[in-house]
Write a protein that binds this ligand. Structure first.
Ligand code: SF4
Length: 209
């Protein structure tokens, strides 16, 4: 779970910012997670990093709410919760409307992209959850719902989210999102393709959306 995370960077920042390791400020364990074999390995890893640990008295995550949505966001993004995954998480599930499939060993994201595509689709505080009962085997767009949530999380953001300057894209499920216009998308695509080719010469780009 302690992945290398790159903070949100603008196109012009990519040469100057380097990835940094995300370390939670505290780790919560639910009672159900503490009963799992895999949990012992997670616990040892957390202890070796000297991170504050809290064993919860119940399986429901509590203590993540701050006085405002912004406080709640900050508390949750700095917290790792070791929990048990629901039975539905044991099956591969499709990701509509793409042809991809997903299987989660963890949920949430510790990064701070001001255009976060999860905003508006998460229920509750955006805490990072890792599942103890599973064997370990950017899109530049916003929606009406994500814009509303992002404005409470990043009230000072200068990120441009003006619907009038965007194109509307609809999916077959009735959802809509505001994306960059054709010329901007073309420039972005050229940039990413050229950078990926330069930095990962053997990589194959499967699709662009
Ligand atoms: S989930 Fe949101 S914050 Fe995390 S990398 Fe994606 S866009 Fe950024």
């Amino acid at each position: 779970m302690l992945n290398t995370i790159t903070d949100h960077v603008s196109v012009s920042d990519t040469q100057t910012r380097s990835p940094r390791l995300w370390i939670p400020e505290r780790v919560l364990f639910t009672p159900a997670a503490l009963d799992e074999d895999w949990e012992q390995q997670i616990l040892r890893r957390v202890q070796s990093l000297n991170l504050p640990i809290k064993e919860l008295s119940q399986n429901r995550l509590k203590g993540l709410r701050g006085e405002s949505e912004r406080d709640t966001y900050n508390i949750a993004k700095r917290t790792l919760a070791v929990v048990t995954a629901p039975p539905s998480s044991f099956k591969l599930s499709p990701i509509p409307p793409s042809a991809d499939w997903q299987f989660h060993i963890a949920e949430g994201c510790p990064a701070h992209c001001q255009y976060c595509y999860l905003a508006g689709s998460l229920s509750g505080p955006p805490v990072i959850r890792v599942f103890a009962n599973l064997p370990h085997i950017l899109e530049n767009r916003f929606t009406p719902g994500s814009k509303e949530v992002l404005q409470t999380w990043y009230p000072q953001s200068k990120l441009e989210m003006n619907e009038a300057k965007r194109s509307v894209k609809r999916n077959k499920f009735g959802g809509m999102k505001y994306v960059y216009d054709r010329d901007t998308m073309k420039a972005l695509r050229c940039f990413f393709e050229s950078e990926i080719t330069k930095r990962f010469p053997n990589a194959e780009i499967l699709y662009w959306t």
